[in-house]
Design a protein around this ligand. Structure first.
Ligand code: SAM
Length: 221
């Protein structure tokens, strides 16, 4: 249960020197003004983060994962990569947490430029829809922590969930869909279907995927 992992009481209490010792060599987290900018929600085995780490070497990013063993695996994976590539992977980390409860404990208003929801659990039954990581209620929270112009990336192989995520985003006043040209020009979009372990599984099985990529906007009054 949640009582088994610590939760920072506010974003100010996130221990940067623990996650990114190269950027924050002192235990005083304020030694660098850099903030975490990308969050991979339900990161699983971390494939996306590993790809993003070298694509955006100066951007701090974190995976949030509920399963203890999976989180430990990702930690080990990052540490091993840091050892074999001493100048790389210093900008990536992972934390075990319940993202549906603790996003506001980790990120301040307008802190994030990208949030990822790749192949989230579908929770098929109607009564379980409230457990979905994209919902009208949670989108309010994500809109709070994402900066204006920041982007939410979602993808799934479950058609019904894809439609659900798209309609939640489409109906939210603080998000707008990217145009086809913008999707084409964004190098991150190409990673959605192939960088994670779940995405690779779907690709191997020749499965279809359903994507929704939306930008945080300032509403016009
Ligand atoms: N994104 C990864 C990928 O594409 O390979 C993993 C996809 S997996 C189907 C969904 C992941 O979300 C699981 O690892 C699960 O433990 C995690 N998860 C589910 N609910 C969560 C929550 N409330 N907070 C954090 N992680 C969660």
């Amino acid at each position: 249960s949640d009582s088994h992992f610590p939760v920072p009481i506010s974003p100010h209490h996130v221990n940067h020197s623990l996650h990114y010792p190269h950027f924050f060599p002192n235990s005083n987290s304020d030694s660098d003004s850099r903030k975490i900018e990308f969050a991979d929600i339900g990161c699983g085995f971390g494939g996306l983060l590993i790809s993003l780490a070298t694509l955006f070497p100066n951007t701090l990013m974190i995976g949030m994962e509920l399963r203890d063993k999976v989180t430990e695996y990702v930690k080990e994976r990052i540490l091993a990569l840091r050892i074999s590539n001493p100048t790389q992977y210093q900008n990536v980390s992972v934390v075990r947490t319940n993202s549906m409860k603790y996003i506001p404990n980790y990120f301040q208003k307008s802190q994030l430029s990208k949030m990822f929801f790749l192949f989230p659990d579908p929770h098929f039954k109607e009564k379980n829809h409230r457990r979905r990581v994209i919902s009208p209620f949670l989108l309010d929270e994500y809109a709070y922590v994402i900066k204006d112009g920041g982007i939410i990336y979602t993808i799934t192989d479950v058609e019904e969930l894809g439609e659900w995520m798209k309609s939640c985003l489409e109906n939210h006043p603080l998000f707008e869909g990217l145009s086809d040209e913008e999707l084409e020009a964004d190098p991150v979009v190409k990673l959605l279907s192939c960088a994670t372990e779940e995405g690779q599984k779907v690709e191997r099985n020749g499965g279809q995927t359903f994507r929704a990529v939306y930008r945080r906007i300032v509403p016009t009054v």
